[in-house]
Design a protein around this ligand. Structure first.
Ligand SMILES: Cc1cc2nc3c(=O)[nH]c(=O)nc-3n(C[C@H](O)[C@H](O)[C@H](O)COP(=O)(O)OP(=O)(O)OC[C@H]3O[C@@H](n4cnc5c(N)ncnc54)[C@H](O)[C@@H]3O)c2cc1C
Ligand code: FES
Length: 446
């Protein structure tokens, strides 16, 4: 009954239902009591009437005072437990701070003023931008570049992607728009923190966080999380930049190192200038040689001659490839190397509509939410391209199997990937931007 009252939004309605419930229950109970008693006088029936009246008034008051159900939007964004925010939620840019020649940070607070859920160090936020002259909202993912507990804001630190020199390639769409047009007070819709490139804070093995360029963003969050939650653990923080103009968060990390004595900072500049003297440790690129010659001996000296450590990599594709190869050559088990790419070289991205591998058979694809079924042929390309051809508008960002934005639950059938995804979707989900049907029937929750 309480559920019934709570489900009525109008307080007068809830009061009326409460009154009716109170009146009926009291009349029934008092009536039965009189029925069993010997007293059949008027006063007994009057008493029944009084009890019923008082109960009706009490029921009305309780009914009206019962809180109404949360509105659908409030329900979606109720975040005390942090687990009901599933879709887009508006955030306000509370601060915009320049961190280096290319990177600017944006501090986001929820527009609804409610709490925001914590996140795992290394996770990212997916944001949506309405960019003029674009046919649809532009979706991008950005790592959370800070760590607080409890969480008061989310910080994204975004590099302006300039057009390469001497080329007719356009500059990065979203990053330039954000730098040029998103100011304090702007509203940006975001999805909840996500991503599997995360550092297990409770682990005791040393961790080596290796980044170049804007790949520093998840590393800051990881280092700060260990500082707060497991400061006994040793962290090596290796970062490569061109010079101090392009080196973001140097002061911030120096502050962290002040209070976190197990944090070892190493900076390498590829093109240092005389004025950078004292801000970096060595010249060149962060690479496997640096690990072998400088870092691994240090780890061994602090850990009874053991080089056992977890390695986290984030940076340019060439940097990641060379370090992954180098770590493997140094005998570091694959299970202890974690990496995230922000992008792949454009040349490595699959060109649209390449013929599928395998037997080239067609497949029937059902998009359940849209109620559409159509036959896919190899020349239709990826499932994302096919869905778009059918008039669907699935979310996507990288179209390269990195960001998980296009992850979609698969109810029946199997898909095959054009290339191994860099991101790992949840169990039962597939990345439609780089996959094609493998079985004659595929049913997607789209
Ligand atoms: C998990 C994850 C976390 C990320 N975290 C961060 C972060 O913390 N900070 C951050 O700055 N970025 C981060 N990124 C990258 C970010 O999501 C965007 O990819 C980045 O901002 C570029 O987007 P854009 O719209 O500016 O560029 P886009 O328009 O997508 O272009 C990307 C690049 O391609 C070039 N380009 C454009 N068109 C062409 C073409 N036709 N041919 C060849 N080249 C072309 C552009 O010049 C640009 O350099 C992350 C990405 C992922 C997947
Ligand atoms: S759009 Fe990024 S993984 Fe598919």
């Amino acid at each position: 009954m309480a559920d019934g009252i709570e489900s009525i939004r109008n307080p007068i309605g809830r009061g009326a239902l409460g009154a009716w419930v109170g009146f009926s229950a009291a009349t029934m109970v008092a009536g039965v009591a009189v029925g069993f008693s010997e007293n059949r006088e008027d006063s007994a029936f009057r008493t029944v009437g009084y009890i019923a009246g008082i109960s009706a008034v009490a029921g009305a008051i309780i009914g009206a005072a019962t809180p109404p159900p949360a509105s659908p939007s409030a329900r979606k964004n109720t975040t005390k437990a942090g687990n009901e925010w599933t879709d887009w939620r508006d955030f306000v840019v509370a601060r915009k701070v320049k961190e280096s020649a290319e990177i600017t940070s944006f501090y986001l607070k929820p527009k609804d003023g409610q709490s925001i859920p914590p996140f795992k160090p290394g996770q990212f936020l997916t944001i949506r931008l309405d960019i003029p002259n674009q046919p649809r909202p532009v979706i991008r993912t950005y790592s959370l570049s800070d760590y607080h507990n409890p969480v008061e804001h989310y910080r994204l630190s975004i590099k302006r992607e300039l057009a390469p020199k001497d080329s007719d390639v356009p500059p990065g769409l979203a990053s330039n728009f954000i730098h040029d047009h998103i100011e304090e007070g702007a509203v940006i819709p975001a999805k909840p923190p996500s991503g599997k490139f995360v550092l297990d804070v409770a682990q005791t093995r040393p961790a080596v966080l290796i980044s170049n360029g804007v790949g520093i963003t998840p590393m800051i969050s990881m280092a700060k999380a260990v500082e707060r939650l497991n400061p006994e653990r040793h962290i090596w923080f290796l970062h490569g930049a061109r010079n101090s103009d392009f080196h973001a968060f140097q002061e911030e990390m120096a502050d962290v190192a002040q209070s976190f004595s197990n944090l070892h900072l190493y900076y390498r500049y590829s093109r240092p200038r005389p004025e950078d003297e004292g801000t970096y440790h060595s010249t060149g690129y962060v690479d496997a040689d640096m690990l072998e010659q400088m870092i691994i001996p240090e780890i061994k000296s602090l850990h009874h001659d053991s080089a056992d450590a977890d390695y986290f990599l984030c940076g340019s594709p060439a940097f990641m490839d060379s370090l992954r190869e180098g770590l493997s050559a140094l005998g570091v088990p694959e299970s202890q190397v974690f990496f995230e790419s922000f992008s792949k070289p454009k040349a490595a991205a699959k060109t649209a509509k390449a013929p599928a591998e395998g037997n080239g058979a067609s497949a029937e694809v059902t998009f359940t939410r849209s109620g559409k079924t159509a036959v896919w042929h190899p020349e239709d390309g990826t499932l994302l391209e096919f869905a778009e051809e059918q008039g669907l508008n699935p979310d996507y960002s990288c179209r390269q199997g990195i960001c998980l934005t296009c992850a979609c639950a698969i109810a029946e059938g199997e898909v095959e990937y054009d290339e191994d995804p860099s991101g790992t979707p949840d169990e039962g989900s597939v990345l439609i931007c780089i996959s094609k049907p493998k079985t004659p029937n595929v049913i997607l929750d789209l």
